[in-house]
Write a protein that binds this ligand. Sequence first.
Ligand code: SAH
Length: 351
Amino acid sequence: MKQDLFGLTIEELQEALVAKGMKKFRAKQVFQWLYQKAVFDFSAMHNLGKADIALLKENFTLLPREITILREQNSTDGMTSKLLLRLPDGNSVETVLMHHDYGYSVCVSSQVGCDMHCAFCASGLNGAVRNLTAAEIVAQVYLFNERLRGEAMVSRVVVMGSGEPMLNYDAVIGALDFLHREDTCHMSYRNMTISTCGIIPGIKRLEAEGKPINLAISLHAVKNELRTALMPVNKGFPFVDVIAAAESYSQAGGRQVTYEYILLKGKNDSVQDAELLSNYLRFKHASVNLIPANPVPEQGFERPSKQAIERFVKVLQKNKVNATVRKEMGKDIDAACGQLRAKFAKEQEHK
Ligand code: SAH
């Protein structure tokens, strides 16, 4: 079987090429084509020479070329593209490119499916199938870099696609470290965000890492029973402890923590909920990102009215808690985690 070169360090790449009879210095050239130019076609690597190109084609593959795009959805405003990717083993994951005024950001998946079983989320409908490798996470970013070639590079990554990143910690940090390298994307850790449902040991590990990666916590409820019903992870890691761990992370690294809070009609959107949320977050280095729910029809969740959303925000503002309502990027393209994948799977069943 051919060896895949994507995601190897420069040393590993050297070793692989030399083993097939190529000169050591070729590794640096290939590395530049891959990670600075986002070129994944050996034939296009002009400075290599015919013989080496032939050797590369004969012996190696490049993951971005082994991934096929099963579905592509572009939002009507042209600012968001979502891809459903088929990985070489047949599994599929979603990844989203968002065009902001400050540049491009990609929302990457960290696992195929998810084991957290949050009630409102489509990713976990069938549990986690497997962890993604670091290369598969990096490849999600590079597929978009390839599309943007010449014009721009992705400058921000949020690990907020399907999967729980803290349960695939090494691959996620490995991918972020790779994107941070000066000879790849040279992306600042400050432009990277990991979103977790609250796996405390992961938050602690990230704190020990000492990198200025942004932390986002999917909170979604501040009444214990309700949070457990919405997010079973609350049984093992109660949200009060999660907030304490996040606060410690923010104190250690000076980074503000973002709390994601999906507004679900009639469940967690009352004035009392907003007051409670304020009590937990007041005086913390934190902000709240309110997400009007993307309804998942299978689970019967609805989005609150505009008035209810405004009322909720007003309470937070009155209590001096920073809050923003998420711009509904990609609402018309099934952008919530796992929704496109779930829809695709259903369509296949009916065929
Ligand atoms: N497991 C991680 C990252 C993936 S989920 C985490 O829990 O943070 C990414 C975000 O999308 C989470 O905040 C999640 O709660 C949210 N999300 C999931 N389903 C959604 C839906 N139907 N509508 C809006 N947001 C949703």
